[in-house]
Design a protein around this ligand. Structure first.
Ligand SMILES: *[C@@H]1O[C@H](CO)[C@@H](O)[C@H](O)[C@H]1NC(C)=O
Ligand SMILES: *[C@@H]1O[C@H](CO)[C@@H](O)[C@H](O)[C@H]1NC(C)=O
Ligand SMILES: *[C@@H]1O[C@H](CO)[C@@H](O)[C@H](O)[C@H]1NC(C)=O
Ligand SMILES: *[C@@H]1O[C@H](CO)[C@@H](O)[C@H](O)[C@H]1NC(C)=O
Ligand SMILES: *[C@@H]1O[C@H](CO)[C@@H](O)[C@H](O)[C@H]1NC(C)=O
Ligand SMILES: *[C@@H]1O[C@H](CO)[C@@H](O)[C@H](O)[C@H]1NC(C)=O
Ligand SMILES: *[C@@H]1O[C@H](CO)[C@@H](O)[C@H](O)[C@H]1NC(C)=O
Ligand SMILES: *[C@@H]1O[C@H](CO)[C@@H](O)[C@H](O)[C@H]1NC(C)=O
Ligand SMILES: *[C@@H]1O[C@H](CO)[C@@H](O)[C@H](O)[C@H]1NC(C)=O
Length: 370
């Protein structure tokens, strides 16, 4: 890529930080509160003038997706990652050096909940956060399969579900390092990759903030998934300032399969690229897939998603198949004057005797949940 062959001298003069500020920003991740990437993002957002908090897991919680697991213990039963907080300390608390940096012993989704429902009301004067940033993750999170698997995304869509705009950031450099190992300069005389990931991410967040002009940063239900390639600043400048490209989640994306090892009798994941993972159903089908864009070289992918998982009934992309018709007549519209019971129909289970009045269907029952 032409863009990546930028000299250090040029880089130093790039207006990485520009803009006016003061938003209240929550930062989380799935690698934990002590990793370099999240701390460098926090620093970069603070340099921009924002009021920032970190609430993130006490240990690595990668691969937890949107899972909601709260600890059953009041105190930590083992040390935090990198020994920053010791076993026996409370399961929720602050970094010894910064009262805006919180840890909690739970999955990424619970970090957002603890941030909004515990830290925010008790330990800040804020009423809400304006924006949630998640990452920068160690390792890429590309395509629909990783969207559900990754804790980085789990934190993001948990925030969006609570009405707060959120951006997931992931980076191709996947070795987790502690925040106190960030090198001010590498042997190549460049910034540490963690610092560059933080600055690139902050710069993208700031673009959205500037364009929002004081209004909501994203419409309700919307989020953004950003993937930044492996940065090479430890050794050379061949990939230190990748351009951001508009992408979509589907396109070249992998799903996992269970690889069975005859010798050990164990399974491990094997990547597959299959059509099921890569259908363009919503959004702009002319955009390249985020996976394809990362595979093509030193460039970053930026996909806009929503948490409305409903199927379309048509649109600009393609004429959607009428899946709802395939469920008729057993599945009915709520405006039907009479509703037929779910055991009605032609299957061996058909009963055909249960008829509910339209009044009965309006009765509310308490929702159980799994
Ligand atoms: C964090 O967890 C992920 C998923 O289990 C694993 O791949 C990674 O190696 C872990 N990182 C560390 C530093 O333990
Ligand atoms: C748990 O943490 C609290 C608060 O720091 C402390 O008072 C208490 O002794 C701890 N309990 C154990 C079993 O470590
Ligand atoms: C954080 O605080 C501890 C003592 O609580 C201190 O030993 C350490 O050097 C501090 N680290 C940083 C990076 O400020
Ligand atoms: C809340 O605001 C008051 C008054 O400005 C200030 O004294 C206090 O330190 C603030 N508390 C927090 C947690 O920021
Ligand atoms: C970065 O800093 C750490 C700790 O100071 C050091 O161990 C490591 O070798 C440095 N890495 C590079 C590539 O300079
Ligand atoms: C730059 O460094 C990366 C690893 O960080 C390496 O893969 C690549 O070959 C290097 N490129 C050049 C031009 O030296
Ligand atoms: C009932 O709802 C369906 C789906 O929204 C709609 O197509 C249909 O016209 C409605 N029928 C009546 C009688 O309102
Ligand atoms: C349900 O069962 C009744 C009685 O057998 C039948 O008249 C009706 O057509 C069935 N409705 C549907 C939607 O299958
Ligand atoms: C199924 O039909 C039998 C009579 O044939 C009736 O006793 C029973 O209540 C029906 N069950 C349901 C769920 O409608």
């Amino acid at each position: 890529m032409r863009f990546s062959k930028i000299s250090t001298a040029v880089l130093a003069s790039l207006p990485v930080f520009a803009g006016v500020n003061g938003l209240n920003i929550l930062i989380s991740n799935d690698d934990g509160f002590g990793t370099a990437n999240i701390r460098e993002l926090y620093k970069a957002m603070k340099v921009l003038g924002h009021n920032c908090y970190i609430v993130a897991s006490v240990v690595n919680e990668s691969g937890m997706g949107g899972a909601e697991v709260y600890t059953k213990y009041k105190n930590l039963t083992s040390d935090s990652e990198f020994g920053i907080v010791k076993a026996g300390a409370p399961s929720v608390g602050t970094d010894p050096n910064d009262s805006h940096i919180w840890y909690y012993n739970g999955t990424p989704s619970t970090q957002i909940q603890v941030a909004l429902d515990y830290v925010l009301p008790r330990y800040t004067n804020l009423t809400t956060f304006d924006l949630v940033l998640s990452g920068v993750n160690y390792g890429l999170n590309l395509g629909p399969f990783l969207y559900t698997l990754a804790g980085t995304l789990g934190a993001t869509y948990t925030a969006i579900a609570r009405g707060i705009p959120a951006i997931a950031f992931s980076g191709g450099y996947s070795t987790q390092t502690p925040y106190f190992w960030v090198n001010s300069s590498t042997t190549a005389g460049l910034k540490d990759p963690a610092t560059l990931y933080g600055e690139l991410s902050a710069n993208l967040a700031q673009q959205l903030i500037d364009n929002a002009k004081g209004g909501p940063i994203l419409p309700l239900g919307y989020g953004i998934n950003v993937n930044i390639p492996k940065l090479t600043s430890f050794t050379n400048d061949s990939c230190v300032n990748p351009p951001f490209i508009q992408t979509r989640l589907t396109g070249g994306a992998v799903v996992d399969s269970a690889g069975y090892d005859e010798e050990t009798g164990l399974f491990s994941y094997v990547d597959l690229i299959v059509p099921g993972t890569n259908q363009c159903i919503n959004g702009d089908c002319s955009l390249p897939g985020e996976t394809d864009v990362l595979n093509a070289g030193c460039q970053s992918a930026v996909s806009v998603f929503t948490i409305d998982y409903d199927a379309p009934i048509g649109g600009s992309c393609k004429t959607a198949p009428d899946v709802r018709a395939a469920l008729m007549p057993l599945v009915q519209y709520s405006n039907s004057s009479t509703l037929v019971g779910g055991l009605n129909g032609t299957s061996p289970y058909a009963n055909g005797t249960l008829q509910l009045s339209s009044r009965a269907r309006l009765r509310r029952s308490p929702l159980d949940r799994s």
